[in-house]
Design a protein around this ligand. Structure first.
Ligand code: NCD
Length: 371
């Protein structure tokens, strides 16, 4: 019986979910996050020791949206662990093009693979997929919502390059509304003591309110800025992001936003000597190419760290019995989520799942307020 069937059967308040999924890093304790980082560092030091760690195991990469780094670093991670990979990077070459539901695709692939990595343009899809199979599901990006393994990449870079995840002044710049990497990163770094944030964006692309709520609940200092040159001077890390063209409803709206924040040599002159520059990539033109040779520009190295983080995550989810992921509490709710970008609008067999936060009812799939 899959978890989805279990949910359908349980017509009461508490819902069973697999505890081996990586949908949202927020549910991990800092101890668990540190365990992933530690494991990644161990693998980096002696990769040969892990060459057969996943012999006979299969990773399925289901990419319903374009990807270079996330998909290939997951595939490489599994190959380096001795496992093999299956999957698609163009759903139109799969039965999705014939109208197959997410539930059916995931149920079938869960019978072929030992672990599934999924990217999808709709918010909450990885969570929905995790209800349809007993094998671990990893969220590789669900619309503009979350991207936990990019955050793993980012914090492993921070840990290796700055030596700490706390006491940092963090600048995040670009499309803070639609950038899922930013949402996951802020949620995670807000857990560590004494981090403060400068959120640099236009008014139109500022962070969603639920992210501000998280900062406030964690007692984090934050400021909003629309001036990169002014904000840069006392940052320990600057996280640049591209404007997410594919999430805009019109080309005009994108054009109005696309070149507002560009990190160039002139602005970088004002930054601290030891400020690091990260970017989840792909870069469009928000960092000029002449910055690439600056020792503070770590975005290419960051992508390398990501592969080790993904190796560590695969190992912990598949092999470490003590590494269990506590799910957000979920209740079957009478109310349907109203977010037009939520998976519940597309896959209508999904139960209405909600959880309570600060007296509000939130959708378990997309984390938006239900009422
Ligand atoms: C990011 C993504 O897909 O959200 N890319 C990545 O996974 N490294 C960032 C982006 O596309 O802008």
């Amino acid at each position: 019986m899959t978890n989805f069937d279990k949910i359908k059967k349980i017509n009461e308040s508490s819902v069973f979910m697999n505890d081996k999924n990586m949908i949202d890093l927020e549910v991990l304790s800092t101890k668990q996050i540190d365990k992933i980082i530690k494991k990644a560092k161990k693998i980096m030091q002696s990769p040969a020791d892990y060459r057969h760690a996943c012999d006979g195991k299969i990773l399925a990469t289901l990419f319903y949206e374009p990807s270079t780094r996330t998909q290939m670093s997951f595939q490489t991670a599994m190959l380096k662990l001795g496992g093999r990979t299956i999957g698609f990077d163009n759903p139109m070459n799969s039965s999705v093009s014939k109208g197959e539901s997410l539930k059916d695709t995931i149920t079938i692939i869960g019978g072929y693979a030992d672990i599934i990595a999924i990217r999808h343009p709709i918010e909450g899809t990885a969570m929905a997929a995790s209800l349809c199979t007993d094998v671990p599901v990893i969220n590789c990006g669900d619309g503009g919502h979350l991207h936990p393994t990019q955050t793993l990449t980012d914090i492993i870079t921070l840990s290796c390059e700055k030596g700490r995840l706390d006491n940092l002044k963090i600048g995040v710049c670009g499309d803070l509304l639609n950038g899922r990497t930013v949402h996951s990163l802020i949620k995670t770094l807000a857990k560590y003591p004494n981090n403060s944030f400068v959120l640099i964006s236009t008014k139109e692309l500022s962070v969603p309110l639920y992210i501000i709520d998280i900062l406030e609940n964690n007692g984090c200092k934050y400021e909003l800025s629309n001036n990169l040159a002014d904000a840069i001077s006392d940052l320990d890390m600057l996280y640049m992001t591209r404007i997410q063209r594919e999430r805009f409803s019109s080309e005009e709206e994108y054009e109005a936003q696309k070149n507002v924040f560009v990190l160039d040599k002139e602005k970088l002159k004002k930054a601290k000597e030891d400020m690091i520059i990260l970017h989840p990539l792909p870069r469009v033109n928000e960092i000029t190419v002449d910055i690439d040779s600056d020792p503070r520009a770590l975005y290419f190295k960051q992508a390398q760290y990501g592969m080790y983080g993904r190796m560590a995550l695969i190992l912990l989810l598949l092999q470490d019995e003590d590494f269990t992921v506590k799910n957000k509490t979920a209740e079957i709710s009478e109310h349907k989520c109203k977010n037009p970008k939520c998976i519940t609008q597309y896959e209508n067999y999904l139960p209405n799942l909600s959880y309570k936060k600060l007296g509000m009812t939130m959708c378990n799939f997309c984390d938006k307020r239900i009422n």
